[in-house]
Design a protein around this ligand. Structure first.
Ligand code: PMP
Length: 359
């Protein structure tokens, strides 16, 4: 049998592992920070209606500029943004990839602050961009001083900050982002995939007068649209022109565009469960200390918790009870997404049943 290493693959891809969050068909899936609530039925019906119209036109290529969608995203974001500030792609993963295709690549580097979203380094590798890292402060925070020192030391071409950060849930202060921007002449991307769950300021408020600042968002999390694959960013119009150089023509299908525009026209209904999800997150944070675990504060829809003697054993024991959470590879820690009230209850009950065992 041929194995990967037998193929004449690029040298810099040899030995790397692919993104591998398990996709298992178990009753309680709390491992990839989705919104586990189904979208409202009347919204679904409206989306299907929009899709039906789009299907009638699929003999033609879609609007390459996804103009209606950019308008809808600009309206959703507010902050005085217009369609010229907006870019979108198939998930924010693709937005990040296009960003590194345009501003990273061979001979260039991107700086990140682990533990952070695992795809940041994978996308760096895939685009031939050198992934360099710096340490966070205690509690996984990043102060303005820490970010500036790291940028001065590494002299990166691109910096990825993630706020709120996956997997820790930590949000960054706006002063850290502003300080990072001023510390170098490169591209600063703030990955705000979980922004709708956070309390503090968004980096969108910093865009004015900062043409090298990119703020990426997604419809996959709060917006309950992960399966539709729509991520986007807001930036100076010159940045979107740069991304046009690397995107494939017609990269957003007519069906993706139609479904996303229809969903955005129901933004309040699509976001209706955000408060409930935050309440479930806070319920997890409140319950875990009683079970001997140490949850981190979170401004997202998930909780990372420490005090786990053997993360793999706990992961497996929960899995046997039909509950899938995430081992993010941090010693003595696990991560769980806040689900519906019922899912969250089943997770907490399952975890409670393990207490006193060796896990
Ligand atoms: N950024 C962060 C921080 C994430 O956690 C995720 C998804 N796990 C993404 C980006 C990518 O999401 P999508 O491609 O679905 O927009």
């Amino acid at each position: 049998m041929t194995s990967l290493s037998d193929l004449p693959i690029r040298d810099d891809l040899r030995g790397l592992s692919a993104y591998g969050a398990p996709q298992e068909n178990v009753p309680i899936q709390l491992n990839v920070n989705e919104n586990t609530h189904a979208i409202p039925e009347d919204v679904a019906t409206d989306i299907v209606r929009a899709l039906a119209v789009a299907v009638m036109g699929v003999n033609r290529y879609p609007d390459r500029e996804f103009t209606e969608l950019r308008d809808a995203l600009a309206t959703y974001l507010g902050h005085g943004l217009t369609r010229d500030n907006i870019w979108a792609a198939n998930g924010s993963n693709e937005v990040l990839q296009q960003t590194l295709q345009a501003f990273g690549g061979p001979g260039r580097s991107v700086l990140g602050f682990p533990p952070t979203y695992s795809m940041h380094s994978i996308i760096a590798n895939a685009t031939g961009t050198r992934w360099v890292t710096a340490e966070r402060d205690s509690g996984y925070a990043i102060s303005p001083e820490t970010v500036v020192a790291a940028i001065q030391r590494e002299q990166p071409d691109v910096v990825f900050l993630c706020s709120p950060n996956n997997p820790t849930g930590t949000a960054l202060g706006i002063e850290t982002i502003a300080a990072a921007y001023d510390a170098f002449p490169g591209i600063l991307l703030v990955d705000e995939a979980y922004a709708e769950f956070a309390e503090g300021d968004t980096a969108l408020s910093l865009l004015e007068g900062r043409p090298r600042l990119l703020v990426s968002r997604t419809m996959s999390k709060a917006f309950a649209f992960a399966g539709a694959r729509l991520g986007y960013l807001a930036a100076d119009p010159a940045v979107t022109d740069a991304l046009r150089l690397v995107r494939l023509p017609y990269h957003l299908s007519a069906l993706t565009q139609a479904a996303s525009v229809a969903a955005l026209s129901h933004a309040p209904a699509m976001l209706a469960m955000v408060d409930d999800i935050k309440a479930q997150r806070d319920r997890i944070i409140a319950a875990l200390p009683g079970l001997g675990y140490t949850p981190l504060p979170s401004e997202s829809n998930f909780v990372m918790f420490g005090g786990v003697a053997d993360p793999n054993a706990t992961f497996e024991a929960l899995f046997e009870q039909g509950v899938l959470i995430r081992d993010v590879g941090i010693p003595h820690h696990l991560r769980v997404s806040a689900g519906t009230e019922q899912e969250t209850g089943i997770f907490l009950d399952a975890l409670t049943s393990l207490v006193g065992h060796s896990t």
